[in-house]
Design a protein around this ligand. Structure first.
Ligand SMILES: Cc1ncc(COP(=O)(O)O)c(C=O)c1O
Ligand SMILES: N[C@@H](CCOP(=O)(O)O)C(=O)O
Length: 470
């Protein structure tokens, strides 16, 4: 499998190089040259298989011959062995043909663990084989950072620097990042919002001399391998609910558009997905875009679902690429418009294609709180605010009740105890393995939203920059 950039001006890479590259050198995002497909029979055979085996079937075509089958199988088994539910991403019915797929049974209680536990193993494997080190810089609104720190802590081949928005993540999220003592991990509280963190990360990738000096790699969903790992749970959910013999819809709490883009890929691969519902909080750039065809960034508002407080939604570029017949020049034009004026207009045929696949709506703070309260009272099920956005939007949608609707349960309610308690009266407890999280000592560095300062900090904490042999 070969990977091409959405902007068409970066080298074409194989899987392992795309894995280490993160952002393409032309500022675009890597996508496979073609979408692999699974036959009806192959999808039917996934029923009843353990998660790692489904992952093996779904992920292998994206890797091709670049990683040996035994090595990949071993990494998949290891990656999912630590999840606290035997199904890894179980389904729970919470209403009339309405399900939550719980993606939060990994070590940091959010869906990011599902991909990050595999990504860390893949990167370590490839870096060791090449005898080199990498410096990972990540931008987080709370969950990617904690999952990355947990997955990469202590690894010899990598240093990890995570930028999170100072004062804009929950206490549990912050402490998951700041209480890890491993010397290869640094948590940076950036004076700005998540979009600032992501913009600085992309600026580092686009500063090619710096990028090469420190061996920069990424763990955000700009990294194609993150998306690949997230495709798997669409298959496990849909097959459990009757696919390929029956269609299934998904409502996805959305910010950076990585998770729902994985659903789009699952559909391209042959999974019978009926509707893909983009569910946003009041930071609703994607809901507005689908409604109007105009992508226009506005100021970010802090909400009870802070991980989705995002306005510049990275992976939307991957969808735009497909919606424009994979014409990289069109994508370059749109992205130049975004850089210049903070907005662009999608041409009518492209927005129609997007509307043919996706529905989109938003849930405001009142709706999110009411949804948490109602499902606790009526179904005895406690939603976190992000999952509640997905449920609220699914409930508002004009859905066909004969088609099961799966809401991706992206975080455990205990990551956001204050919002959940305010909405339901219940304070969710952290699981025993992190019961002392609030007592552990913290270590983090506050830095201004300034590329020069940030690059200097990263350089100082990068063993790859110091030229140390791996
Ligand atoms: C808990 C939670 N829900 C939903 C999202 C949105 O996912 P995506 O950015 O892939 O759209 C995030 C952040 O990515 C998150 O951390
Ligand atoms: N919500 C995310 C934001 C980054 O998203 P990613 O999927 O691109 O890593 C977070 O919690 O950090």
């Amino acid at each position: 499998m070969r990977y091409i950039s959405t902007r068409g001006e970066a080298p074409v890479l194989g899987f392992c190089d795309a894995l280490l590259a993160g952002l393409a050198r032309d500022g675009g995002l890597y996508v496979p040259e073609t979408w692999p497909t699974l036959s009806h029979a192959a999808i039917a055979r996934l029923a009843g298989k353990p998660y790692w085996q489904v992952a093996e079937t779904v992920i292998s075509p994206f890797i091709g011959e670049e990683i040996g089958a035994d090595d990949l199988r071993h990494m998949l088994q290891q990656a999912y062995a630590g999840f606290t539910h035997p199904a890894v991403t179980p389904l729970v019915q919470i209403g009339d043909s309405l399900f939550v797929q719980e993606l939060f049974h990994g070590p940091t209680l959010a869906f990011k663990d599902v991909a990050m536990q595999l990504l860390a193993r893949l990167m370590d494997h490839v870096l060791k084989a090449r005898g080199r080190r990498a410096t990972i810089v990540g931008a987080t609104s709370g969950d990617t950072g904690s999952a990355a720190i947990e997955a990469f802590r202590g690894l010899e081949q990598v240093d990890v620097i995570i930028l999170y928005p100072h004062g804009r993540v929950s206490e549990v999220q912050r402490r998951q990042m700041t209480t890890v003592a491993a010397p290869n991990v640094q948590a940076v509280a950036l004076e700005g919002n998540f979009d600032d963190c992501q913009a600085q990360l992309k600026a580092m990738f686009n500063h090619l001399a710096f990028r090469d000096e420190i061996g920069l790699s990424g763990v955000n969903s700009i990294n194609w391998a993150r998306i690949v790992a997230q495709i798997v749970y669409y298959f496990t959910a849909a097959v459990a609910l009757g696919a390929p013999h029956r269609p299934v819809s998904f409502s996805v709490p959305t910010g950076n558009f990585g998770d729902i883009f994985a659903g789009y890929v699952a559909k391209r691969m042959g999974l019978p997905i009926d509707r893909l519902v983009i569910a946003t909080n009041v930071n609703d750039i994607l809901a507005r875009t689908v409604a109007t065809g105009v992508y226009e960034a506005r100021g970010v508002v802090a909400t009870s679902a802070p991980s989705m407080d995002i306005q510049v939604s990275s992976n939307f570029e991957r969808l735009l690429f497909d919606a424009h017949d994979r014409n990289a020049a069109s994508v370059r034009g749109l992205m130049a418009g975004l850089a210049q004026s903070g907005a662009f207009e999608i041409e009518p045929s492209a927005i129609e294609r997007i509307r043919a696949e996706f529905d989109a709506d938003r849930a405001d703070e009142r709706e999110v709180a009411a949804t948490i309260g109602r499902f606790w009272r009526e179904a005895g099920y406690l939603l976190d605010p992000h999952t509640a956005v997905g449920v609220a939007v699914a409930e508002k949608s004009d859905r066909d009740r004969h088609v099961p609707m799966v809401v991706l349960g992206t975080a455990h309610p205990a990551k956001f105890p204050a919002a959940v308690k305010a909405a339901s009266g219940i304070e969710p407890a952290l699981p025993p393995f992190m019961a002392d999280l609030l007592e552990r000592p913290e270590r983090f560095t506050v830095l201004p939203n300034d590329l020069i300062v940030l690059e200097e900090f990263v350089r100082r904490h990068s063993r790859a920059a110091k030229g140390a042999a791996a």
